[in-house]
Write a protein that binds this ligand. Sequence first.
Ligand code: HEC
Length: 164
Amino acid sequence: MLRRRTARCALLALACATLLAACGTPPGPEPVSDAARAGGSNEHGLARLRNPLEGDAAAIAAGGALFAGRACAGCHGAAGGGGMCPPLVNDAWVYGDDDTTLYHLIREGSMAMRAHGYVRGDAEKVAGDMPPFGGALSEQETWQLIAWIRANHAHAAPTEPATR
Ligand code: HEC
């Protein structure tokens, strides 16, 4: 009995390790399209990026649909107003609000940001890490999400009450 439980546990651990290897490992430096390159690199050695879809109405709409459909809303609230995780509509940003930072944070997750040398700001009361989404989003989808976050950020009040 004990042995069977141990075996089951080992299997579970193996499944977890496999899953982590598949989606938990931050991707290495990925090629980014020329349209998104702003030239030079930032203080963390990351190529400076600029959202080529900034302000584009179709991209903002697509980004809103992605936010609702790709689990972002589950943690950040339906309108990005926060919930279990920090709001995306206020002026406090954990690692910074520039396109380079948000692009890498969404694709690689917050542990990778600290590995890049970013320091978690204390402006937001956060208790956890943001998982990497690079395996689930194309570059274009990532920029659509950032376009939506920016457009939504301009709205003074989130439409959804915080659920804490
Ligand atoms: C499992 C919960 C979870 C999911 C799902 C999630 N996030 Fe996050 N996100 C977090 C946490 C936690 C942080 C803060 C990370 C930290 O403090 O290191 C964060 C931070 C952020 C930030 C920076 C916020 C700030 O105020 O600086 C952005 C932007 C962001 N997430 C976008 C997204 C997008 C886009 C998606 C969907 C693709 C998403 N998140 C999915 C948990 C999540």
